[in-house]
Write a protein that binds this ligand. Structure first.
Ligand SMILES: [Zn+2]
Length: 255
């Protein structure tokens, strides 16, 4: 049966001289593996090889006894995301690849998350825009906001308005808070001794976590510290450090 959906390519692997195996994150079918036969031929129905971050309308035939669906058509919509824009700036590319790595790990095949799909396409589209005028601060802010959306979409919303252990609400004074991956949220100074995986938060990082709207305006240094905390949390959830983490956290002399 021919099915259509909108999706964004999150993995592209050569399968043969002429074909590719691709993973799309689609709105209505979640993560979907497809084979695109003949896609690498210049005159293919897909207009040439399909690149990571290409976004558009796909048609495919699902095959019950085969893991991969067969891609029969792909109409690129280049007005939002553009693979060339993503790779125009190395830091933007690394941020997008980290976004893909986390998305891929936290979602299952054939498990649709339409809100997360919209959030991911918007994230890549914003990253494409920021690649035109690269700023590490802007790129990191977009990445952090996507990571928080991802956690919320998969049912792992961290507890950020109160201590995740004793439930005491965070007041105006955000000094002396910790983050624990095991507790999935903030831990107050009265509870911290029970959590071995806790990390101490600087006051600016705690302020960002308790008022997420301030992340977009936070300085680079605060965002880098916040990203370290979040990637430590993802490492706890994934039981390994995300592979792209070191590229995103690397300090470059010009920043
Ligand atoms: Zn507490």
């Amino acid at each position: 049966m021919l099915t259509s959906d909108t999706g964004i390519c999150i993995r592209a692997v050569d399968y043969s001289e002429t074909s590719q195996v691709l993973t799309f994150f689609t709105r209505d079918h979640g993560k979907l593996g497809v084979i695109a036969k003949g896609s690498k031929r210049p005159k293919s129905a897909f207009g040439g090889p399909i690149e990571m971050f290409a976004h558009g309308q796909l048609t495919f035939t699902a095959n019950a006894d085969r893991a991969l669906a067969t891609l029969t058509g792909f109409e690129i919509e280049a007005n939002r995301t553009n693979p060339a824009s993503v790779s125009a700036d190395l830091y933007v590319l690394h941020g997008c690849l980290l976004g893909v790595e986390l998305l891929d790990h936290m979602t299952d095949e054939h498990d649709p998350h339409p809100d997360l799909y919209e959030a991911f396409v918007a994230f890549v589209a914003d990253m494409c825009e920021s690649a035109a005028k690269p700023s590490r601060r802007d790129t990191l802010a977009l990445l952090i906001l996507f990571e928080l959306q991802l956690l919320m979409a998969v049912g792992l919303r961290p507890v950020l308005d109160r201590c995740a252990n004793c439930r005491t609400a965070v007041g105006r004074d955000v000094r002396g808070y910790y983050f624990s991956s095991a507790a999935n949220g903030l831990i107050c100074r009265d509870c911290e001794s029970s959590f071995h995986d806790k990390v101490a938060l600087s006051t600016p990082v705690a302020a960002c976590l308790t008022r997420l709207a301030t992340i977009a305006q936070a300085p680079l240094r605060t965002l880098r510290d916040l990203e370290k905390v979040l990637l430590g949390h993802f490492a706890g959830l994934m039981h390994r450090a995300p592979r792209m983490a070191k590229y995103v956290l690397r300090v470059c002399p010009s920043s």
